[in-house]
Unconditional design. Structure first.
Ligand code: NDP
Length: 287
């Protein structure tokens, strides 16, 4: 008889399509680095199989899993409880399983906030946010819960911007407004933090959201959610104007770190995760 343990802790992700999601490489590199005997299984789960997949994870005693598109809202009906931010946002991207109980979290906004906190505490700050999709919604709610003073959300589809602003006003102590975005957006005077939460710049180092760059002020913090390429044109232009830049790679890494903390109660090495993603993204650029 051997006293070795051949049973790994199981974690993973349910989404479809899933083949281009590099999270598995990022997290397994950090598991190996930390000497944790755990796996992260990237599963292609179609919408009709989500319930069975969730039951399967419970049956196989997984520690938890990420949910990506198209399951972030649909998964909620299979959960026992929701963390506060996930309840307000209305979407779950990370589920922790403990004693067969499923608790839904949303780590999108939390990952962003962890990156932001490396440079500034958002409490009392004025925020100008471009975009009103899923990422924007999660970030705005977390900024509200973190005590931001005011959040302006602008979006081409203005109704979505107002929906997020109302969510922030109704559920957090922050004030917020939604505005239509047409033509070049101007950053209001007195803004502390500007965030690109649109998909503009993803996979295109020259694309940039329509914004009047002359309205950026020296010393402002300018953040982008785009993980690849991390140094977007928007961030390059902001840096040239004396702003502090924050890339979307940090958000992605921190989201992974927070997820594993929820599942295993262990904090992975963010540097190993970031380097793994950088290597993957630069290899795909070269290819
Ligand atoms: P959604 O599809 O939900 O939202 C996309 C947003 O971008 C909408 O507000 C949309 O505006 C806006 N948009 C798209 N094209 C333009 C354009 N040309 N000009 C102005 N606005 C535009 O996507 P998500 O919110 O889920 O994701 C947004 C980005 O965030 C993605 O690129 C994704 O990679 C990134 N992301 C990064 C994460 C990280 O960890 N770094 C985590 C999650 C997402 P409209 O409503 O008017 O169409």
């Amino acid at each position: 008889m051997s006293n070795q343990n051949f049973r790994s802790i199981l974690t993973g992700s349910f989404s479809t399509p899933c083949a281009d999601n590099p999270t598995v490489a990022m997290i397994e590199a950090a598991y190996r680095h930390a000497g944790i005997d755990a796996r992260y299984i990237n599963c292609d789960v179609k919408a009709t199989h989500l319930k069975a997949a969730v039951r399967g994870a419970v049956a196989m005693e997984w520690a938890g899993f990420n949910c990506s598109l198209p399951h972030k809202v649909a998964v909620i009906e299979y959960l026992d409880d929701l963390a506060e931010a996930a309840r307000i946002i209305g979407a779950v991207n990370c589920v922790a399983i403990r004693d067969g109980r499923l608790v839904g979290n949303n780590t999108d906004g939390k990952g962003f906030l962890a990156s932001l906190r490396d440079v500034v505490d958002p409490a009392g700050k004025k925020i100008f946010m471009l975009g009103a999709g899923g990422a924007a919604r999660a970030i705005a709610v977390e900024l509200g819960l973190a005590g931001a003073e005011h959040i302006t959300v602008i979006n081409r589809d203005a109704e979505k911007a107002e929906t997020i602003a109302a969510l922030v006003r109704d559920n957090t102590g922050s004030d917020a407004v939604g505005r239509p975005w047409s033509g070049k957006a101007c950053v209001p005077d007195g803004t502390d933090i500007v965030i690109n939460a649109t998909s503009v710049g993803l996979g295109d180092a020259q694309a940039m959201p329509e914004i009047d760059l002359d309205t950026l002020a020296k010393g402002q913090i300018v953040a982008d959610v785009i993980p690849n390429p991390p140094m977007t044109r928007f961030l390059r232009e902001a840096r040239e104007r004396g702003c502090t830049s924050l890339d979307g790679l940090g958000m992605l890494v921190n989201q992974g770190v927070i997820g594993v903390e929820l599942w295993l109660g262990k904090t992975l090495d963010a540097g190993v995760m970031k380097q793994t993603l950088r290597d993957i993204f630069s290899a795909s650029d070269a290819g």
